[in-house]
Design a protein around this ligand. Structure first.
Ligand code: ATP
Ligand code: MG
Length: 308
């Protein structure tokens, strides 16, 4: 089944690329609030697509619509040509995995167990069996353990396989979420702020990890506030503002787009932040100094006792 998009980049799909995600006309209303309005977004195989926008723009809500957590008020989401059901476990089973803005791990399970639980959609054993660690789960576990260890190697967590998830530093918890998401062998990985709270080194390692995920054949849609991360990583970037897709295009085109600069970026890469405010203060000081010189009453104090 095909859907059409009315906005975005009408460029032809490069040879060999296929549709992974097609979201069309997705709208999500909460009572009187329209958090997402008529958003179209496609992701092709082999792509890393960024989704950016100010706080409250509707990015996470859009992810929740894609993954069956919310039933969109309007619109539909198709994965590899099939419209997805509004049930999150069926969406995972179909091939879309995600991480969460607020980390969701089984805190009292080990690193390895968390990844094994992530594999339950690819084994006959259900989540309950995985959590209860029944005989069926243990059998499936043996079969899955090798793949889980591969994923821990891949994410750099193999040495911590027996650590409890809650004892991992924050950056490693985010990595573990990615490993767990990959355990369901997704064709599309959705990352909601994967580098939030990370050091520069961890962010750079996460970039390498996302590139490696793509190399292994999984397309990626990533929400981030770290513009450097997004513009260095993504093939294409879409900008949500107040629930609507404002712009979509290459990182270069999006960075240069005046609407994006005005709505979101401000003047991040050049110019002096706060220059307008500084000019106002200078002007006020000049006025005050002039008034003081003219014998009028002014504060005229120098609370820090600084020498002029
Ligand atoms: N379950 C809900 N019920 C009511 N309103 C909601 C719900 N979820 C989100 N919203 C509202 O929808 C809007 C979009 O929120 P959302 O969390 O999607 O933004 P976001 O772009 O992910 O922001 P951030 O960058 O801060 O994570 C906000 O106004 C939020 O308060
Ligand atoms: Mg969010």
């Amino acid at each position: 089944m095909t859907t059409t998009t009315t906005t975005g980049t009408p460029q032809a799909q490069p040879a060999g690329r296929t549709d992974v995600l097609r979201a069309s006309g997705v709208t999500m209303r909460f009572g009187g609030l329209t958090a997402v309005r008529n958003v179209d977004l496609d992701v092709d195989s082999g792509e890393i697509v960024g989704l950016i926008g100010p706080n409250g723009a509707g990015k996470t809500t859009f992810f929740n619509c894609l993954t069956g957590l919310y039933i969109p008020t309007e619109g539909q989401v198709a994965y590899k040509g099939k419209v997805l059901p509004h049930r999150s476990h069926l969406v995972t089973k179909a091939g879309i995995a995600r991480t969460f803005q607020n980390i969701r791990l089984f805190a009292n399970m080990t690193v390895l167990e968390n990844v094994l639980v992530g594999r339950h959609t690819r084994t006959k054993e259900g989540l309950l069996s995985a959590l209860l660690r029944g005989p069926g789960f243990r059998k499936a576990e043996r079969g899955s353990e090798e793949r889980a260890m591969e994923l821990l190697e891949f994410t750099g967590l193999a040495g911590k396989r027996e650590h409890l998830a809650r004892n991992l530093p924050y950056g490693e918890q985010r990595k573990l979420e990615i490993a767990r998401a990959l355990a369901s062998e997704p064709g599309l990985l959705l990352l909601d702020e994967p580098t939030a709270g990370m050091t520069a080194g961890e962010t750079s390692a996460t970039r390498d990890l996302v590139l490696a995920v793509r190399e292994q054949g999984t397309a990626v849609l990533v929400i981030e506030h770290d513009m450097r991360f997004i513009f260095n990583l993504c093939d294409r970037v879409a900008v949500l503002v107040q629930g609507e897709k404002l712009v979509e295009g290459s990182p270069e085109a999006v960075q240069a787009d005046e609407r994006v600069v005005a709505a979101y970026l401000g003047t991040p890469f050049e110019g002096e932040p706060g220059e307008a405010e500084a000019a106002e203060v200078r002007e006020a000081e000049t006025r005050e100094a002039a008034a003081h010189d003219g014998g009028q009453t002014g504060t005229g104090e120098n609370p820090k006792g600084e020498q002029h």
